[in-house]
Design a binder for this molecule. Structure first.
Ligand SMILES: Cc1ncc(COP(=O)(O)OP(=O)(O)O)c(N)n1
Ligand SMILES: Cc1nc(C(=O)O)sc1CCOP(=O)(O)O
Ligand SMILES: [Mg+2]
Length: 198
């Protein structure tokens, strides 16, 4: 299964209902600090809108909810891996994407035979405080050489104009949050991303 080159990340099903119909084919639900009931409700709505639009839905963090809800894909970071039951995730048939920031994390991630590897933050991000400085585009080329054919996702400070450089450096997919959600017209920004990654 190949991943679309454009990978927007949203913190609610509301965003997905608004923007997935524009033509998004790969999307992540990344919710923080809400109750389990709210998580399950957003997952159900996200599943429904993605099914209607033939869009691959990836659930961040909440791997047990993703299994319970019959989802196809989860994304886990290094801290998530400390507690996640990878055997249960795989037994349920879910695909798995993993965040990496240095070679030790990459080694740990690759040992789990992930369905993609994410490298970030490529550029500075305003979404969240991170202990990692910007990695730079060139590190994508290094990661490309280390992970063979495993799909590579570039994340962190990505924008429409920065996408081409990430692809040239070896990324297969570019993920973005605030470039879309803080844009004065998220709809127009999604259209620009779709055009740039077609
Ligand atoms: C595509 C993608 N890459 C990286 C992350 C970050 O995951 P993680 O390190 O677990 O941090 P949180 O997103 O959970 O704050 C991601 N979500 N998606
Ligand atoms: C959620 C996340 N993870 C990152 C990592 O490097 O692992 S960077 C990041 C934030 C991405 O948001 P924006 O596109 O607004 O910079
Ligand atoms: Mg996480």
């Amino acid at each position: 299964m190949s991943l679309d080159r454009f990978y927007p990340i949203f913190d609610s099903a509301d965003w997905m209902e608004r923007l997935v119909p524009l033509g998004i084919k790969l999307v992540q639900l990344r919710i923080k600090d809400v109750s389990a009931d709210v998580v399950y409700s957003h997952i159900d709505r996200a599943k429904s809108i993605c099914a209607q639009h033939d869009c691959t839905l990836i659930i961040n963090d909440y791997w047990q909810a993703a299994i319970d809800a019959g989802c196809d894909y989860v994304h886990l970071g290094q801290e998530d891996l400390d507690t996640a039951d990878i055997t249960a995730i795989r037994a349920a048939g879910l695909r798995l994407g993993i965040s990496t920031h240095d070679k030790a994390e990459l080694k740990r991630a690759m040992a789990l035979a992930p369905d993609y590897i994410a490298l970030g933050p490529i550029y500075p991000t305003i979404l969240k405080k991170m202990k990692w400085r910007e990695q730079g585009i060139a590190k994508l080329t290094t990661w490309r050489s280390l992970i063979g054919t495993t799909p590579l996702v570039a994340i962190g400070g990505m924008s429409v104009s920065r996408a081409a450089g990430a692809f040239e450096a070896g990324a297969d997919v570019v993920a973005a949050v605030t470039d879309i959600t803080l844009n004065e017209s998220p709809e127009n920004r999604v259209r620009a991303w779709l055009e740039a990654t077609r």
